[in-house]
Design a protein around this ligand. Structure first.
Ligand SMILES: [Zn+2]
Length: 218
């Protein structure tokens, strides 16, 4: 199975968990744009220098530069049998650039969309609380702690909410996500490469669906 998996899903849809499972069980590396740009900040290649030069001017990184970064990273040995893309493509222009890269690398592109209603995504994210001691994640709606706002293992410790998880921030993130992603969903749907999975179930069940799609789609 030589495949590029474009993993899509709103914040809180459980995309991260699925990416980790795919990486563990199918051995496909997860390539996230965030990680790539963090790595480039430390690197001393000509491409890294070019990226830093653009960033220092405060300008946006162009699609052309992003695809070159993706190209350089995914031409490495670990991506030979395919890879999972997270955070790329973000636009249909980038999606068409990815088509050319896929042809060059001999991979097939499949888009997996982990779908969940917006009300649930809001609760999953705004309800999230974390124990600062052990890192255990609770949710006031779906997995409340035994004691009010305290960790089950560390009852003396108050749970914290990440600043990204506040209601106002989540609303903005979900709206931005919706605007960006809808054209991409249409793009992959039109070329019959969009596979939708129901993100409302147990992560294990969602994973089984994804694996069945990927192995059945050759
Ligand atoms: Zn704890």
């Amino acid at each position: 199975m030589s495949k590029i998996i474009v993993l899509m899903g709103a914040p809180g849809a459980g995309k991260g968990t699925q990416a980790r499972l795919l990486q563990e069980r199918l051995g496909l590396p997860q390539i996230s744009t965030g990680d790539m740009f963090r790595a480039l900040a430390e690197a001393s290649t000509p491409l890294a220098e070019e990226v830093r030069a653009v960033q220092s001017t405060g300008k946006l990184i162009s699609d052309d530069l992003v695809i070159r970064v993706v190209h350089e990273r995914t031409n490495r040995e670990d991506c030979k049998s395919g890879y999972i893309l997270d955070g790329f493509p973000r636009t249909t222009v980038q999606a068409t650039m990815l088509e050319r890269l896929a042809v060059e690398q001999g991979h097939k592109v499949s888009a997996i969309f982990v779908d969940a209603p917006f009300e649930v995504l809001e609760k999953r994210t705004t309800g999230r609380r974390i124990c600062p001691v052990c890192g255990e994640i609770y949710n006031v709606y779906f997995k409340p702690p035994k004691f009010d706002n305290a960790c089950d293992q560390h009852p003396e410790t108050q749970l914290i909410q990440r600043t990204d998880d506040t209601a106002e921030k989540i609303k903005v993130r979900l709206e931005t996500y919706k605007q960006q992603t809808e054209p991409l969903l249409e793009y992959y749907k039109a070329s019959k490469r969009l596979f939708k999975v129901d993100g409302m179930r147990d992560p294990q069940k969602i994973y089984e669906d994804i694996e069945a799609i990927l192995t059945g789609d050759d």
